[in-house]
Ligand binder design. Structure first.
Ligand code: ZN
Length: 315
C-alpha cells in the first residue's frame, strides 16, 4: 500500500489576479489556476481555487497565501495592503481557514517570492540571501541562516526606499530620491519619456513612435539594438547596482537574487548592475557575493507561499 502524497497550495494575490499552485513536498508545481480578483469576492474565489486544486492527486496539508501588504505576526491580520482594499484582506487568514478547514500561512509577496527562490530557484544552495523584486515597485526580502528575517515590524528588506539621490523626486513613501523613483517599471517609462522630450537625437529611437510604451517595450527595443532604449536600461542597471552595493556593504551576504518584470531585460540589465556593484561596493564584500537573476518568474511567490505553509506545518 502506498501512502497518499502530501502536497501544499500556494497562492499569490495581486490587485488584479490570484495565481494558485498545487505544489509537492519538494516545491515542484503539479497544477496551477489563475483567476481575476474581485476584491469583494476574494475569500470565496480563493476557497474555490483551493477546492479545485485539492481534488487532484494526494492530500493537501497547508495553504500559503502571498499578499501585497504586511502581516501582523501576533494577530495574523493583514495591515497596509497595497493594490487591494483593506476590508477584503484584513481577515483573510481567519476567513480562509474557516472556508477551507486547512492550515493557512500568510506572508508578504516579496518575502514569499524570496522564499520560493531560496528553496527551489536561484537561491538554492545558499544559507543567506537578499532578494529584490523590481517591477511596478521595488521590494526586497532577507533570508538569514535559512529563515526569512522580517525585522521588528515586518518591514525588513525595503530596498526600494534606499535613497539613491538626495535631491531626487518625491516617492510614495514620503522620502525623496528613493531607488524606486528611478528604477521601478513606471519610473523607467517616466525617465525615458522625459529624455525623449528634451533630446532630439533620441527621436531616432523606435520608442518615440509609440506614445504609450511600457518598461517591457523599452527592454524589447534594447534587445533589438535600439541605442536609446539600451542606454535607458543600462542607466537603470546603474541605479539598481548602486542600491545593491549598499545592501552588500551592509549585510556581506553570499547571494543576491534579482527578480521582477524589469529583470526580463536579462543580461542587458544584469551586466550593468554587476558592473556598478563592483565599482561601488567594498571589494571583499563584492567578491564574497554572487549576483544572479531569479529563476522562477511568476511562480516564485506561489511556490514560496506553499513552502512556507509546508515548513510551518512541520514545525
Ligand atoms: Zn520611497
Amino acid at each position: 500500500m502506498t501512502t497518499p502524497r502530501t502536497n501544499f497550495i500556494g497562492i499569490n494575490v495581486s490587485g488584479t489576479q490570484a495565481r494558485a499552485a498545487l505544489v509537492d513536498h519538494d516545491g515542484s508545481i503539479l497544477e496551477t489556476r489563475v483567476g481575476e480578483v474581485v476584491p469583494k469576492q476574494l475569500i470565496p474565489q480563493l476557497a474555490a481555487m483551493v477546492e479545485e486544486l485539492r481534488s487532484r492527486e494526494g492530500t493537501v496539508a497547508a495553504i500559503g497565501v502571498a499578499i501585497p501588504g504586511l502581516v501582523n505576526r501576533q494577530t495574523d491580520r493583514v495591515i497596509a495592503p497595497r493594490d487591494l482594499p483593506s476590508n477584503s484582506v484584513y481577515n483573510l487568514h481567519e476567513e480562509l481557514t474557516r472556508a477551507t478547514g486547512l492550515r493557512v500561512e500568510l506572508e508578504n509577496d516579496a518575502n514569499a517570492a524570496a522564499y520560493g527562490e531560496f528553496k527551489v530557484g536561484a537561491g538554492r544552495g545558499s544559507r543567506n540571501l537578499f532578494y529584490m523584486m523590481i517591477g511596478n515597485g521595488i521590494g526586497g526580502a532577507i533570508i538569514l541562516d535559512g529563515k526569512l528575517w522580517t525585522g521588528a515590524s515586518g518591514l525588513a528588506g525595503e530596498v526600494g526606499h534606499i535613497t539613491i539621490n538626495t535631491g531626487g523626486l518625491e516617492c510614495v513613501c514620503g522620502n525623496t530620491g528613493c531607488l524606486e523613483t528611478v528604477a521601478s517599471a513606471p519610473s523607467i517609462v517616466r525617465r525615458a519619456r522625459e529624455r525623449l522630450n528634451r533630446d532630439s537625437t533620441s527621436s531616432l529611437s523606435r520608442l518615440a513612435l509609440n506614445k504609450s510604451f511600457t518598461a517591457d517595450d523599452v527592454a524589447h527595443q534594447a534587445n533589438e539594438g535600439d541605442d536609446f532604449a539600451l542606454m535607458m536600461i543600462e542607466r537603470t542597471g546603474k541605479y539598481i547596482g548602486t542600491g545593491v552595493a549598499s545592501v552588500i556593504n551592509l549585510l556581506n551576504i553570499e547571494r543576491i537574487v534579482l527578480g521582477g518584470g524589469v529583470m526580463d531585460a536579462g543580461s542587458l540589465i544584469l551586466n550593468p548592475i554587476i558592473h556598478e556593484v563592483r565599482r561601488r561596493a567594498f571589494q571583499p564584500c563584492f567578491e564574497a557575493t554572487e549576483i544572479v537573476a531569479a529563476k522562477l518568474g511568476l511562480d516564485a511567490a506561489p511556490i514560496g507561499a506553499a513552502m512556507l505553509g509546508r515548513d510551518a506545518a512541520s514545525d
